[in-house]
Structures are given as structure tokens and as C-alpha cells.
Design a protein around this ligand. Structure first.
Ligand code: 13P
Length: 240
């Protein structure tokens, strides 16, 4: 069970340090689950420094596939490793929607990150219109194919199922919808699968209690210590 907080474009280095100080002690005795925070690049170092020796890992929100080269604005897996980063999110729907990320570039990023020794959370998910028209499985399969071809099951690879209609909307997939979709994804690739999309302390236990839900990728509720710790506690109850 992994609970990862995707901070998106929030928290400067000093804000990250203060927030990680708040998280450290309450999460220090949580050994049943894995916990990670995913700050913006510039705040990685302050999170790593404050969380050193704690139970909370630090992931980046993206990573490039090249080791180095003429790729202005990008960051490589080796650079992240040197900072002390444990893993990376790839293929988040916001990267796909606003920055031209594709199924193929997502798989390239995931592969390079794994080869460099990072853990990877690769995101997939359908639009509301795609779910409404019965295309969810087709879309997920299309998104998963390059990952399956380029990588396959890898011990450091995790998939995050994030229905786009549930991200930041307060509209969560029902536990039954999450379970059904996770079971479909697991049929394509047998790795841990996180659910993401309006996960809150009060819906986390039911979602995390589904047999094919192996954790959560949390956006908004990961920005406040109380709600992030609440979600970690709820997840912990489901594995206890
Ligand atoms: P919210 O939890 O804010 O819906 O965001 C989900 C998400 O995109 C996590 O990556």
C-alpha cells in the first residue's frame, strides 16, 4: 500500500520544509504502508533534507528519458537520483492535457527512470466523455500498451488510475468503479495500482479497502498535513 501526495504547482522550498516538518513525527511510526510526497522540482531538496531518515519518501512529478542533452527545461533521472529522490510520477493527465505528454513519451520516461534506479508511478485515466460512451477500457488499454511493450511488470513500477473527471472535482469514482477498473488494468499488467481523484480522509478507507486498490495518488488533500495524515491513517487501517 502506497499513499503518495502529488503537490502539483504548490509549495516553495521554505513552505515544503515547514510542511515536511509537520508530517515527519506523526508519520514516523507508520510502518504498514509506504508514504511519499511529490514536491515541485525546486522544493525537492528541502523535502529530502527534512525527511532524511524518516518513513516518508520523496518523488518528483516528472522526469526526462534522456541522460543529458539539448532538452531545455527537462531533468534527468540521474540528476534526481543524485539529489536523493526516490521515485517519479510520469504521464500525469495534466502533463498530457497541457504539455503534450503522450502514451509513448510516458513509457519512455518510465523506462529511463526505472533503469536509473528510481521508482515510478505511471498515470493513466479516461475523460468523462470516454467513460460515458463506454470507451474506458479501450482508452486505458491504449495508454497501457507502450508501458507493457517498453517495460512490462517491473518491481519498482506502480500504475496510478486517475479518472480525469475525478481530479480536483470532488467527484470520486465509487469504490465499485475503482475496483472494476483496477481489476481491468491488472489484467493488462500485474503491478500495484493506485487510485487518484478526489481522495479525502473520509473516502480513503472504502477506496483503499477494495481488493485491487493498492494505494492512492492524492492531489488537493495532500497539501494540508491533517488531511494527508488522515488518508495515511485510513490506509493503514485497511492493511492492519
Ligand atoms: P485531487 O486529489 O486534487 O483530485 O488530484 C488528484 C491527482 O491528480 C493526483 O495526482
Amino acid at each position: 500500500m502506497l499513499i503518495a501526495g502529488n503537490w502539483k504547482l504548490f509549495k516553495t522550498p521554505s513552505q515544503a520544509a515547514g510542511f515536511c516538518r509537520e508530517l515527519r513525527q506523526p508519520l514516523d511510526d507508520v510502518s504498514e504502508i509506504e508514504i511519499a510526497v511529490c514536491p515541485p522540482y525546486v522544493s525537492l531538496t528541502s523535502a529530502i533534507e527534512v525527511l532524511a531518515g524518516s518513513k516518508v519518501a520523496v518523488y518528483s512529478q516528472n522526469v526526462h528519458w534522456a541522460e543529458n542533452g539539448a532538452f531545455t527545461g527537462e531533468v534527468s533521472a540521474a540528476m534526481l537520483r543524485e539529489l536523493g529522490v526516490d521515485g517519479a510520477i510520469v504521464g500525469h493527465s495534466e502533463r498530457r492535457q497541457y504539455f503534450g505528454e503522450t502514451d509513448e513519451t510516458t513509457a519512455l520516461r518510465a523506462k529511463a527512470a526505472l533503469e536509473a534506479g528510481l521508482k515510478v508511478i505511471a498515470c493513466v485515466g479516461e475523460l468523462e466523455a470516454e467513460r460515458d460512451s463506454g470507451e474506458t477500457e479501450t482508452v486505458l488499454e491504449r495508454q497501457m500498451i507502450p508501458i507493457i511493450k517498453e517495460i512490462g511488470a517491473h518491481e519498482r513500477l506502480v500504475i496510478a488510475y486517475e479518472p480525469i473527471w475525478a481530479i480536483g472535482t470532488g467527484k470520486t469514482a465509487t469504490p465499485a468503479q475503482a475496483q472494476e477498473t483496477h481489476a481491468f488494468i491488472r489484467g493488462l499488467l500485474d503491478v500495484p495500482i493506485l487510485y487518484g481523484g478526489s481522495v479525502k480522509p473520509d473516502n480513503a478507507a472504502e477506496l483503499m479497502g477494495q481488493p485491487d486498490v493498492d494505494g492512492a495518488l492524492v492531489g488537493g488533500a495532500s497539501l494540508a498535513a491533517e488531511s494527508f495524515i488522515g488518508i495515511c491513517e485510513a490506509a493503514r487501517q485497511t492493511v492492519a
